[in-house]
Design a binder for this molecule. Structure first.
Ligand code: C2E
Ligand code: MG
Ligand code: MG
Ligand code: MG
Length: 288
């Protein structure tokens, strides 16, 4: 009987693994068509400056509207896109779309765009960024690129070279998901980061978990000494907000301040000019 139960369990386990794999390859195939089918959309989440209390920037976060599956989360499809190389064209779409969009806003918010490791090590990222800025007319100082520790551990020299080229264009660079990767403390000294984003996993329980608190406090101290502003991501609870503020965290992003939202929801906040193709102007009264 015990043996039987064990076999059942093993079979079940195997089948579910198979299913997971099938699911992933199905998604991978459909992901290839997502760009052509125009199934991607950018959501925007505000980043708040503690000193002024105001929104200073928005992070562009990718969403995939699948015809049958509905909204697929980036955690599900970004890893697949990274595996099969699709992250390169998808990432380029994100960059171009975000810059084109933000260039039409009347209020000069910054836009933060996530850059995958493969995009950073790809030789022509600085050229693509440069051309995108020229094509959209967006000032370089309004674009921030978020890179992760994964981008810089493989080939540090190369990553540093690309980051310097990007900075020479006038864009700023943020270290995303800080603390969960493998880079050493000296990374903050060597790389010319304009911002450090503390990973959500440390923030979500910072007011109650002493280990998270220690890591967050140490990161803020270190970054402040190096004159790098710290942004805490995933600030959901009031108690965590208060802890972070007391510790001198300069910027925050999280559901407490605002969720990632489609463009239509933030249009009035950002002073979005409606474009003729989307909103035809009503004909002038009195004429005709
Ligand atoms: P990330 O860059 O660290 O983005 C922050 C994530 O935390 C977003 O998840 C955001 O919705 C979520 N978040 C923000 N505040 C809160 C909060 O208070 N509570 C909770 N529970 N979550 C919060 P999202 O949009 O699902 O994206 C997940 C990850 O997918 C991103 O993490 C990023 O690594 C990746 N990603 C998203 N868009 C892109 C993209 O265009 N390119 C690349 N390469 N990666 C992307
Ligand atoms: Mg990010
Ligand atoms: Mg992050
Ligand atoms: Mg994160």
């Amino acid at each position: 009987r015990a043996k039987r139960a064990l076999t059942d369990k093993i079979c079940y386990y195997d089948r579910s693994m198979d299913e997971g794999r099938r699911e992933r390859s199905a998604l991978a195939i459909e992901l290839r068509h997502a760009l052509d089918r125009d199934e991607f959309e950018l959501y925007y989440q505000p980043q708040h400056d503690m000193k002024s209390g105001e929104v200073t920037a928005f992070e562009a976060l990718l969403r995939w509207h699948h015809r049958e599956r509905g909204l697929v989360a980036p955690e599900e499809f970004i890893p697949i896109a990274e595996e099969n190389g699709l992250i390169i064209p998808i990432g380029e779409w994100v960059l171009k779309t975000a810059c084109a969009e933000v260039a039409t806003w009347r209020r000069p918010y910054k836009i933060a765009v996530n850059i995958a490791a493969a995009q950073l090590t790809q030789a022509d990222l600085p050229r693509i960024v440069h051309e995108t800025l020229l094509a959209t007319g967006l000032a370089a100082s309004r674009l921030e690129l978020e890179i992760t520790e994964a981008s810089i551990i493989e080939d540090r020299e190369r990553a540093l070279h690309v980051v310097r080229q990007l900075k020479a264009l006038g864009v700023t660079i943020a270290m995303d998901d800080y603390g969960i990767g493998y880079s050493s403390l000296s990374t903050l000294q060597i790389f010319p980061f304009d911002r450090v984003k503390i990973d959500r996993s440390f923030v979500e329980d910072v007011a109650n978990d002493s280990a998270s608190a220690a890591i967050v406090r140490a990161t803020i101290l270190l970054a402040n000494d190096l004159r790098i502003p710290v942004l805490a991501e995933g600030v959901e609870k009031q108690e965590n907000f208060e802890f972070l503020r007391a510790e001198g965290c300069a910027e925050m992003q999280g559901f407490l301040f605002g969720r990632p939202q489609p463009l239509s929801e933030i249009a009035s906040l950002v002073g979005r000019e409606s474009r003729p193709a989307e909103a035809p102007r009503p004909s002038t009264p009195g004429v005709r």
